[in-house]
Ligand binder design. Structure first.
Ligand SMILES: *Cc1c(COP(=O)(O)O)cnc(C)c1O
Length: 372
């Protein structure tokens, strides 16, 4: 049996007529740049997340850069951010001249350790960038308390968090809708993924929304009149049309991910060499990935590969040890939890179209590896 780590083609074939129709409509209209599908998709994301504003941009990394720019996380400022995340969560403000105040993560949830975060604040710290990683959101009550106390801008990296929610001030809130900005990615593998790149910025502020909208098109509100030195970062109309089709069935997909996660848990629970994902706090989890901690991780990955099961390592190197950040003079041992996780984590196949047989096969192979 071959179990791909990720595939878009099963969903495409299941719903081919709908995708083809959506794509064809854009081709017939020819409104490729900020066409009607973009604003329709923005409105649908607003309704889904209950965000006041949503703005489609070229990708999640750009969304983070635009948000950092508007929050003025630039030269002379510092930003709290976890070391165990995708590169873009840090590069977004480093490219604007800001410096990371790196923070270690919780060994069970893999999320930024907010208690440590507070201890890393310096006189130059102006922002905090919580990353809602893999399955659940950072504790936003604590995060917002720290931000208020120290006057920090909050950019929620919700690139992996479409559909996640958390109880905040007595209400269920969508990821990305609590801080100054939230950021989504529609990279194909994400829970809501397109057939190419795409991203979105959410904000509850009219002023921030207006600025983001202008920065998206070279800092203009009137064509050829530039109020800011902006960017060219628009969500492609074809991607928006595809994402609209996907959004219609997102809840069904999230439910399937949850039931796959439950099956994995059931089949793997008695293997001592493995630690299953831990959900904490008042979170509605979404299984963007199913990441376990595994003894002899690299050998397990190799064994599964030979058995036809795809896996992935998110993330093999913590950010403080990346070559491009060597001028910050961090060394091995500075963030021990993240460093250890980088040697232990492995993500198993997780997408709605995955079958029960494929999960059973994957778990049998994991069991065989540890017995052998
Ligand atoms: C995917 C991802 C991004 C970047 O999104 P792109 O759309 O690929 O640019 C940023 N942060 C995190 C945590 C991600 O997982």
């Amino acid at each position: 049996m071959q179990v791909p780590f990720y595939t878009s083609t099963r969903e495409y074939h299941d719903r081919k007529a709908e995708f083809d129709k959506a794509i064809q409509e854009v081709l017939e209209k020819g409104d490729f740049i900020l066409g009607s599908a973009v604003s329709e998709f923005e409105n649908e994301v607003k309704a889904y997340t209950k965000s006041k504003h949503a703005l489609g941009v070229a990708n999640g990394s750009d969304a983070l850069v635009l948000a950092s720019d508007i929050c003025e996380l630039k030269t002379g400022t510092e930003v709290l951010t976890p070391v165990f995340t995708f590169f873009a969560s840090t590069s977004c403000f480093v490219r604007l001249g800001a410096k990371p105040n790196f923070v270690d993560v919780d060994e069970e949830t893999f999320l930024m350790d907010l208690h440590q975060a507070e201890s890393r604040i310096t006189k130059n710290t102006r922002g905090i960038l919580p990353v809602h990683l893999f399955t659940q959101m950072v504790d936003m009550t604590l995060c917002m308390d720290i931000a208020k106390k120290h006057n920090l801008s909050v950019i929620e990296d919700a690139a992996e968090a479409f559909g996640m929610e958390q109880k905040y001030q007595g209400e269920w809130k969508a990821a990305g809708c609590i801080g100054d900005f939230g950021v989504y990615s529609f990279f194909p593998t994400k829970t809501l993924g397109g057939y190419g790149d795409g991203g979105m910025i959410t904000t509850q502020s009219d002023e921030y929304f207006a600025k983001a909208k202008s920065l998206r098109v070279h800092g203009t509100t009137v064509k050829y009149y530039h109020d800011y030195v902006g960017y060219n970062s628009r969500l492609d109309t074809l991607q928006a049309a595809i994402l609209r089709v996907k959004l219609q069935k997102i809840d069904e997909g999230i439910e399937k991910r949850l039931s796959h996660a439950n099956l994995y848990r059931e089949l793997l629970k008695d293997i001592d060499a493995i630690k299953l994902p831990v959900i904490k706090g008042e979170n509605k989890p979404v299984y963007y990935v199913f990441t376990i901690k595994a003894e002899k991780r690299d050998a397990l990955a190799e064994y599964l590969k030979n058995a036809g099961v795809g896996t992935s390592i998110y993330y093999p190197v913590p950010l403080h040890l990346q070559k491009c950040f060597s001028d910050l003079n961090h060394k091995k041992g500075d963030f021990p939890v993240a460093e250890k996780l980088c040697t232990e984590v492995i993500a198993l196949p997780m997408y709605p179209e995955l079958t029960k047989e494929e999960i059973e096969y994957t778990c049998e192979k994991i069991r065989a590896f540890y017995k052998g």
